[in-house]
Design a protein around this ligand. Sequence first.
Ligand code: FES
Length: 107
Amino acid sequence: MKDAINIYVEQDGGERIELEAPLDMNLSVMEVLKANEFPVQAVCGGMAICATCHVEVLQSGELPDMSDDEAYMLETLPHATDTSRLSCQLRVTPELDGLVVRIMPEA
Ligand code: FES
């Protein structure tokens, strides 16, 4: 059993930065991005009410279902795409290994 997974952040030029996300700390993807000094404001601290942790999911395994709160917030965002998520609502679990995201302008 692995104790960490890899998450990738795609840059504007297509380059992907690999991050290691520990599985034993109950972190969200937002927290992993912040810990690695990506410009994610996460103003609400993970309550799904600010949308400043918006990411577009470019590649993933099975993602957790979206809550009504998350879906509602994403509907209000001008840059949201069909694969947008709030990174604070994505827990780091083994299913997320290999996740590729792009940080969106609102973040
Ligand atoms: S940190 Fe506010 S919605 Fe994710």
